[in-house]
Design a protein around this ligand. Structure first.
Ligand code: ADE
Length: 281
């Protein structure tokens, strides 16, 4: 029975993916169940306190993993975070590896994305008269990426391996790729593959949130000589890696909570006549 409101602002959010449906070890402050013009988010938003700073946590697939990747209410998630004051999002995702050197359980901080979703997920806030175009040449926030990389470097002696750049292929799913597709993605220069980073990252950009995904490799998809990806394999490696993931989150939150709010707000990327036209609640 936690309060449904809080008094200190919240600027930082973590979106947990498969295997990271909650963040333990933080002081619960409030639980919010906002309804946005785009519906309810995937899960209640938990406001937690970390070193005197409020942070927000949202479980992308729901508390019971009830939303498949193509069913995640991405617009509601991003609008709800934005509405409560969040300006900076660290998102976790399980990924398949498309490169030999990215081994299951390694972390990747990607700097590029290739969109292989099918355009059937709602993917923009700009519609129905609110015309706008955001730049997306660099889909992630370099400042946030730098913080994550620094934290992971400190954990290298503790068995954490981090690849500091890469291209994430975001496919529609929910079926995994064919072997021909997997080889094609490798030939395109893909580093890892998942089903969740888009449209989440595009919507975050439209909402002017600094956004960075932290990918955790769980398998070699189906191009490699090892066993083809299956759900059990993904869950097994996620579970085995969740302690490292939680320590990495803690390190990143430590750093972010020290950074001034003004430095967390990203530079304006909006281009067009309707800046400010979207009301996030
Ligand atoms: N998530 C984890 N592993 C994956 C894979 N091989 N393809 C797509 N999404 C994934």
């Amino acid at each position: 029975d936690l309060p449904t409101s809080f008094d200190k602002p919240v600027h930082i959010a973590v979106i947990g993916g498969t295997g990271l449906a909650q963040l333990d070890g933080y002081k619960p402050v409030a639980v919010l169940n906002p309804i946005t013009p785009w519906g309810a988010p995937s899960s209640p938003i938990h406001i937690l306190e970390h070193n005197g700073t409020n942070i927000a946590f949202l479980a992308r697939h729901g508390l019971y993993h009830q939303f498949a990747p193509h069913e995640v209410p991405n617009r509601a998630n991003i609008a709800a975070l934005r509405h409560i004051g969040v300006r900076c999002v660290v998102a976790f995702s399980a990924v398949g590896s498309l490169q030999e050197e990215i081994k299951p359980m390694d972390f990747v901080v990607p700097d590029q994305v290739i969109d292989r979703t099918k355009g059937i997920r709602p993917f923009t806030f700009f519609e129905g008269g609110a015309v706008g175009h955001v730049g997306f040449a660099d889909p992630f926030d370099a400042g946030l990426a730098a913080v994550v990389k620094k934290c992971a470097q400190h954990m290298e002696g503790e068995g954490v391996v981090l690849h500091d750049k890469g291209t994430v292929i975001v496919m529609e799913g929910p079926q995994f790729s064919t072997r021909a597709e997997s080889h094609m993605y490798r030939s395109w220069g893909g580093s890892v593959i998942n089903m969740s980073t888009l449209p989440e990252a595009k919507l975050a950009r439209e909402a002017e949130l600094a956004y960075q995904v932290i990918a955790m490799a769980t398998d070699y998809d189906c191009w490699h000589s090892s066993e083809d990806v299956n759900v059990e394999m993904v869950i097994k490696h996620m579970k085995a890696n969740s302690e490292n993931a939680k320590r990495l989150v803690a390190g990143v939150l430590d750093q972010l909570s020290k950074i001034e709010h003004s430095d967390l707000v990203m530079a304006k990327h909006w281009q067009g006549s309707s800046q400010g036209a979207i009301k996030f609640m």
